[in-house]
Design a binder for this molecule. Structure first.
Ligand code: C2E
Ligand code: CA
Ligand code: CA
Length: 399
């Protein structure tokens, strides 16, 4: 079984239009049909994915020869809408081994091999090894366990404070953890990709939103002021038909005031939004909700794009924060982002502040709030409540 995925197909669709994309898909299908050896069946699975089944791979010279043949068929230049479009494809191959896999298993293994090929660049071919097949199996198993955990409240939230220059806790970011029965406490970096693969991100976001708000309803005031709660959203995002309703329902149910809610989204989820979606976000902002651009500086948009992002808060990525004390380039980037954010009336948060030097430098350039291990790691819900009860966090003195 060969799993083929066209490289950068989205770019053709985006730049030349969907009709052009369709034309390209038809042209590639014709090439496969006419160029494949006898005994092979080609099909379009969905989108820009083709699958090829070969019933006797030895007869066509072995799986590697077949994969190379298919790669060469899909590496071509096709005239569409009067333009010559160069294409290539990532190809993953899986051959049944001793364990008698089902057709669905083979498809999964070939898909995983394709994914591996893709990670090495355009036009690559990869054969599913025993290790890769085992890892694909583990992935499916993990996905099932995650689905279960979600349904049975088996995930946990940790909270990390975001503080003002005086150490007062302004906000807490909810960060999800998975207390796994055999593997201990899993970090989101381990299971979010599993959630994504299993189409569980939306449900995970809903759970986090509900749980974080419920927890925030119990927090004591800090310096006489309520502490806001920030939630990361990756599956339930603006543009989703239920977005506004889901957010409102969760907020109302918790009893937390709307102006204590921050929704963190990455840049890519905030650019080029249709006007209807922007209007929906404005509805939430009207009620007091704030949006934050997460990991700012790591996406594709230029600094000038910041003006168009519908967000009240900008979180400067840790990547730039880490060097502000000793790398003039990092400092220049951080300073430019902060200047720009302030000029546009955005509130600026620095992420991953680990040292007193970083804190002092960032305060010097005008950052409004700070998050990082210098102040506190993300801690369990109960520990966070205790932390809040102790009052503002310690701020290192300037030298
Ligand atoms: P993020 O939103 O950028 O969250 C900040 C990450 O940086 C957290 O990692 C946090 O523990 C870590 N961090 C905080 N301060 C420091 C520091 O001073 N130094 C260093 N080296 N790291 C620091 P975590 O909890 O592992 O989360 C990783 C990512 O997973 C998050 O990045 C976010 O993108 C995603 N994530 C976490 N929780 C959720 C969630 O509930 N829903 C969704 N959709 N995504 C989540
Ligand atoms: Ca975040
Ligand atoms: Ca971040």
């Amino acid at each position: 079984m060969l799993f083929c995925d066209i490289d950068n197909f989205k770019r053709v669709n985006d730049s030349l239009g969907h009709d052009a994309g369709d034309e390209l898909l038809v042209a590639l299908a014709r090439r496969l049909e006419s160029g494949l050896p006898d005994g092979c069946t080609a099909a379009r699975l969905s989108g820009d994915e083709y699958v090829i089944i070969c019933s006797d791979v030895d007869r066509v010279g072995g799986v590697e020869a077949l994969a190379r043949k298919v790669a060469s068929l899909l590496r071509t230049a096709v005239p569409v809408h009067g333009q010559l479009v160069r294409v290539s494809a990532a190809i993953g191959a899986a051959v049944p081994n001793g364990s008698r896999p089902t057709g669905a298993d083979l498809l999964r293994f070939a898909d995983a091999a394709m994914f591996e090929a893709k990670s090495r660049g355009a036009g690559k071919v990869s054969l599913a090894s025993a290790a890769l097949m085992a890892s694909a199996d583990r992935q499916v198993h993990l996905e099932g366990q995650l689905r279960d955990a979600l349904a049975r409240d088996g995930l946990a939230l940790h909270f990390q404070p975001v503080v003002g220059a005086d150490g007062a806790v302004l906000t807490a970011e909810a960060l999800v953890r998975w207390p796994h029965p055999d593997r201990g406490l899993l970090a989101p970096g381990v299971f979010l990709p599993v959630a994504e693969q299993g189409d569980l991100l939306r449900e995970l976001d809903r759970w986090v939103l509900r749980t974080a708000l419920r927890e925030a309803a119990r927090w004591p005031l800090q310096d006489g002021r309520p502490v806001a709660v920030a939630v990361n959203l990756a599956g339930l995002v603006p543009g989703d038909p239920d977005f506004v309703d889901s957010v409102c329902a969760a907020v109302v149910e918790s009893g937390v005031a709307f102006d204590r809610v921050v929704l963190e989204l990455v840049e890519t989820a905030l650019v080029d939004l249709p006007s209807r979606t922007r209007a929906q976000m404005a509805e939430l902002v009207e009620r007091g909700v704030r949006f934050a651009v997460d990991d700012f500086g790591t996406g594709y948009s230029s600094l000038a794009r910041l003006k168009e992002l519908p967000a009240q808060i900008v979180k400067v990525d840790r990547r730039f924060v880490s060097g502000v004390g000793n790398d003039p380039a990092d400092l220049a980037v951080a300073k430019a982002v902060v200047d720009m954010a302030r000029a546009m009336g955005r509130h600026c948060v620095a992420e991953g502040v680990e040292t007193a030097t970083q804190f002092h430098v960032l305060r010097g350039v005008g950052v409004d709030a700070y998050q990082g291990w210098l102040f506190s790691r993300a801690v369990a819900a109960r520990e966070f409540r205790t932390l809040l009860g102790l009052g503002p966090l310690h701020v290192p003195r300037s030298r």
